[in-house]
Design a protein around this ligand. Structure first.
Ligand code: NAP
Length: 246
């Protein structure tokens, strides 16, 4: 896989899976455009990339805001001319049983996890169509496929991401652009570290490989889908979940 000269936007790149994706792409020679809601943590990732002589740019933005996505893409296109890859990774949870779920908990999760994917995809798509090349990878979740009590908002957003992925894949397939999703199972990141230890143990018992995945194990799947070698794979959901769902 040769990524030299490519430019990738990675959202939610401050920590967890997004950070691992950004660091790995940078090691492969990609210029990475890091997006996250807080600039401080992003700068630490950018410093790491610069230490290794990688090319990086940093943008603090809320992915749920269309105008912020548009501004970032405009700035990148102005300086770089092209965007080769978009990894829609930013995501949040606001768990509650439906009976107790507040409207704000529903809206915020749908706005970040699903509208954020719409915003950034819409922002980049014209440039990718003009270049007749593009790779979009959306980070969904196992719970978008199998559901999870207490996560009606999150699982709906992640199932929505899969429907979005397949529809956009059909729209742009003839323009050299692929659109795929990766659906992680339980991955050791700040998102899952906040679960009580008893809940984490319950999941470890359930997962056939008996452990949480690492962010790097998601990165490998994302990297493959971003590669030229994956040109004939589009509209797919790649499950990376230690066998939790087969
Ligand atoms: P994480 O550690 O919580 O990282 C997510 C990053 O996204 C954080 O830096 C967060 O910033 C940022 N973010 C949140 N809201 C944002 C917004 N509105 N605009 C821009 N950035 C925002 O999560 P992760 O575990 O790495 O998850 C990454 C993706 O994988 C998410 O889409 C998640 O749903 C998905 N996923 C994770 C797992 C898992 O087990 N970890 C499983 C399946 C799917 P703050 O920290 O400042 O909020």
């Amino acid at each position: 896989m040769d990524f030299q000269g490519r430019t990738s936007i990675v959202t939610g790149a401050s920590q967890g899976i997004g950070k691992a994706i950004a660091l790995e792409l940078s090691r492969e020679g990609v210029e990475v455009i890091l997006v996250d809601i807080q600039k401080g943590k992003l700068e630490e990732v950018a410093d790491k990339i610069r230490e290794n002589k990688g090319k990086v740019a940093v943008f603090a933005a809320d992915v749920s805001r269309m105008e912020e996505a548009m501004e970032i893409v405009e700035a990148v296109v102005k300086s770089n001319k092209k965007i080769d890859h978009l990894v829609n990774n930013a995501g949040i949870t606001r768990d509650n049983l439906l009976m107790r779920m507040k409207e704000e908990e529903w809206d915020s999760v749908l706005n970040v996890n699903l509208k954020g994917v719409f915003n950034f995809s819409k922002a980049v798509i014209r440039n990718m169509i003009n270049n007749r090349y593009g790779r979009i990878v959306n980070i969904s979740s196992i719970v978008g496929l199998i559901g999870n009590a207490g996560q009606c908002n999150y699982s709906a957003s992640k199932a929505g991401v899969i429907g979005f992925t397949k529809s956009l894949a059909r729209e742009v397939a003839s323009r050299g652009i692929t659109v795929n999703a990766v659906a992680p199972g339980y991955i050791a990141t700040p998102m899952t570290e906040s679960l009580p230890e008893s809940v984490q143990q319950k999941f470890r018992d359930w997962i056939p490989v008996k452990r949480f995945g690492t962010p790097e194990e998601i990165t490998h799947a994302v990297k493959f889908l971003l590669s030229d070698e994956a040109a004939y794979i589009t509209g797919q959901v790649i499950n990376v979940n230690g066998g939790m769902f087969m």
